[in-house]
Design a protein around this ligand. Sequence first.
Ligand SMILES: [Zn+2]
Length: 326
Amino acid sequence: MKLSEFAGYGDKMEQLMRSVQAGRIVHALLFTGPHGSGKRTVARLFAQSLVCTGHDRPCGVCPACKRFLNGTHPDVHVLRPEKKSIGVDEVRALIDALALRPYEGGRHVALIEQADRMTPSAQNAMLKTLESPVGDAMFFLISDAPGGLLGTIVSRCQTVRFSDLSVQDCAAVLMRRGMEPGRAALLAGAAQGSVGRALEIDGDEEWFSLREQVIRSIESLKGPATVAAAAVPLEDRKGGEGDILDIMELWARDLMAVQSGGAPYQAAEKERLGACRVDGGLLLRGVVRARKQLDSNVAWSGALEQLYFGLTEAGNSGRTVLSWQR
Ligand SMILES: [Zn+2]
């Protein structure tokens, strides 16, 4: 993978990369942003480009890149919390290693993952190194929670902030990783643009079974008398309300696409979407209302039943629901 392929960040990152390679910036970068926003991936691409000996860095094929990728490059040092934290001994061992001449003649690269999990004494040891660097070692600190870092460490670093991608850019990244387009669109939407979260869902069978349960529940709505029975299986899934509403929102968006004659994200499910009798727009508005109700402590069962009644009672919304009797 190349930085330029990192949708949403390409230009900015390439510019930063050129300054890093030309030695024009501070020797410590702090990558912050929400979990799954790509900061670790980008930090690793940066680090790899610094040790790469090929053209079009990081080339991915030169011996240095190969050693980087399989974790055996002698000048690349990675610290991450093995248990709860990164201790002072680990930081001191890193500093000792950096004092040696780079094995391959380039520069040392240190990657500190979850950097905020360094203990206070580890952070102080790190700070000393950042204040009076050894050789031209380059530090990459990565953190979801930079508030856990000493202000003096943060001020020694150039901070690069990440946010989640747009759903479309996220899907593009997933497809570039070889994911089939329908699945990429589904997971990018479910993860709201977080590539990391999308990849987690990808391996989460329970999420897919919950999705099937949610869609079947919606499909089983056949008028006001069926609301209670349709809601029961979802009412029992306490704690998963947020996931259930997210799944409903995705289904609503695809229903709206099909009902207005457009193409759904889930092309493979077009027939199923076409057979669903619920109005997509009503479902979407119901989801928004239910989220607000949950925020103001309305019971999940009450919010869900009200959402379902809203889909079956045309009078409440002033809109016509799709025909219940076919
Ligand atoms: Zn290379």
